[in-house]
Design a protein around this ligand. Structure first.
Ligand code: AMP
Ligand code: MG
Length: 492
């Protein structure tokens, strides 16, 4: 490919330099290519009504011809000229989410070439919110076709540095407008069907759309990992967003994830590999080896979304041989985060749910109370954790003590059907996390059984055995506080 002289300019989105932006608009009008910031990721733009100009986009990106482009507009009037009809649902969505990170699929008019739609009868349209993007479209006086401004297959660019890395010498102009707020590409929604369907998860979530229409589906291809299901959005069939190094995604409970990543990290390092780890604020300081990058805060998934592509790209310069990544909760914007991570990964490890075992002496007071309390809390929080209890010197089959049952009844927890059991190797082996009521319990278990060192922790809860109802009540409160502390930390 010929090398183009790329002009790099800087524009402040809050104080636009119109002289520079008009120059960019002229390039678009003359059939050239301009990279510009949007609130999602940087876009590689050309006049959407000029086939030759659009050809340049595919060339610069090395994008397969069967992966269609999104057309960016600046007003609803512009939309009328491009699409056959604007369904009622689309008007409602546009009203609510445009300008913003939402792309909708419409039946195209003839003015839109098959080059843009990769042969499809439908066209994807979005109205971006970023002021530079909006003004560029307005000044260019045409809709702008603009896929993400990365080399095909690489993570999308969220800063001008990323763009320069991939596109210097391949486009006419790059507008540096700072970093992209959202950091993940737009949601692609099909509104040509009766029930709106998410073809690519993004900033506007399925939950957002359900609030408006009651119903919204995911395209089956993005929720099932079955290669035989053809995605309705052609871009979803490609491996994507990939750093140079192989990425392994660890799915399932976070506690197990950290343990497994630490174990595998050690092994890869011993094989002479340079290992990268994608962690979160909650876990970053738990890893003592590898190149650890904190992508964001699990309690604020928008930070994970906006940091993800930057972190993926940064492993290229740190020359990691392999990247081990934590997974994230896939609700709301988390669905888009996980969609990108899954596409970036070449291997997934399913770790399943956490199995917690509480241990006390007789398994009739403290540990059954702990079991009941934790089950109650995780039920309310919608968490999936297996919880059980056992005693170090228990008689099998005894009920929980009367005051333990009564104390928990006050918390609306029923442990009346509890049956005590003696701890055994099988029971201990099954648990990922063993929580004993005192440090003595822990010591006894460590002395009597092998291989528990990495998964056993103790509370400091004294035995209420034989005490009054109030003693049990106080004990149950203490246990509840310890459990809440663990759950709030999300990891031990
Ligand atoms: P990008 O602009 O790089 O974020 O990619 C555009 C995305 O929009 C790709 O995943 C395409 O598959 C999708 N897309 C574009 N046009 C259509 C269409 N007509 N139907 C379904 N998906 C589309
Ligand atoms: Mg893309």
């Amino acid at each position: 490919m010929d090398i183009i002289n790329t002009k790099i300019v800087k524009i402040n989105p809050n104080n636009i330099d119109y002289e520079i932006l008009s120059e960019a608009a002229l390039i678009i009008q003359n059939g050239g290519t301009v990279i510009f910031p949007t609130e999602t990721v940087y876009g590689l733009g050309a006049n959407a009504l000029n086939e030759k100009a659009c050809d340049k986009i595919y060339k610069a990106k090395g994008r397969p011809g069967d992966n269609p482009l999104i057309v960016h507009i600046n007003s609803m009037e512009e939309l009328n000229d491009l699409v056959e009809e604007i369904p009622e649902n689309a008007k409602i969505l546009a009203d609510k989410f445009w300008p913003g990170p939402l792309t909708m699929i419409f039946h195209k008019r003839d003015i839109i070439s098959y080059k843009i739609t990769a042969g499809l009868e439908t066209v994807a349209v979005r109205m971006p919110e970023n002021k530079i993007a909006q003004e560029l479209i307005r000044l260019s006086k045409c809709p702008i076709a603009a896929p993400s401004a990365n080399t095909s297959g690489k993570p999308s660019p969220t800063s001008a540095e990323h763009v320069i890395e991939d596109m210097l010498g391949k486009v006419d102009m790059i507008i540096d407008g700072g970093s992209c707020e959202i950091g993940l590409e737009s949601s692609v929604i099909d509104i040509t069907s009766e029930i709106p369907t998410v073809l690519r998860p993004g900033g506007v979530t399925k939950e957002d759309i359900e609030k408006l229409f009651g119903k919204c589906d995911y395209d089956p291809a993005i929720i099932k990992s079955d290669e035989n299901i053809v995605p309705k959005s052609p871009g979803q069939k490609y491996r994507h967003y990939s750093p140079k190094a192989e990425l392994i995604l660890y799915k399932g409970d976070l506690h197990k994830t950290v343990k497994e990543i630490k174990k595998d990290c050690k092994r890869y390092i011993s094989e002479g590999k340079k290992v990268g780890i994608i962690a979160s604020e909650q876990t970053g300081n738990l890893y003592d080896e590898g190149i650890v990058k904190v992508v964001g805060d699990r309690n604020n998934p928008l930070t994970v979304a906006s940091g993800l592509f930057n972190v993926l790209r940064s492993f290229d310069s740190s020359e990691a041989d392999i990247i081990l990544s934590e997974a994230f909760d896939d609700k709301g914007i988390g669905k888009a985060i996980m969609n990108r991570l899954e596409k970036a990964s070449s291997k997934k490890i399913e770790l399943g749910k956490l199995r917690v075992l509480f241990v006390c002496t007789g398994n009739t007071c403290r540990s059954p109370m702990a079991e009941g309390i934790m089950k109650h809390i995780i039920d309310k929080r919608g968490l999936d954790i297996e919880i059980s209890s056992a005693g170090i010197s228990a008689v099998d089959g005894q009920s929980a003590s009367k005051n333990a049952v009564l104390a928990l009844k006050e918390m609306s927890i029923d442990i009346s059907s509890h049956k005590s059991r003696q701890v055994s190797k099988e029971i201990l082996d099954r648990a990922d996390l063993i929580l004993t009521m005192t440090s003595q319990h822990k010591e006894i278990l460590l002395r009597s059984f092998k291989g528990l060192e990495d998964k056993i922790y103790s509370f400091n809860i004294q035995d209420p055995y034989g005490g009054s109802y109030n003693v049990y009540k106080a004990c149950s409160e203490e246990i509840k506080n310890e459990i809440l502390k663990i759950l709030d930390r999300q990891i031990i």
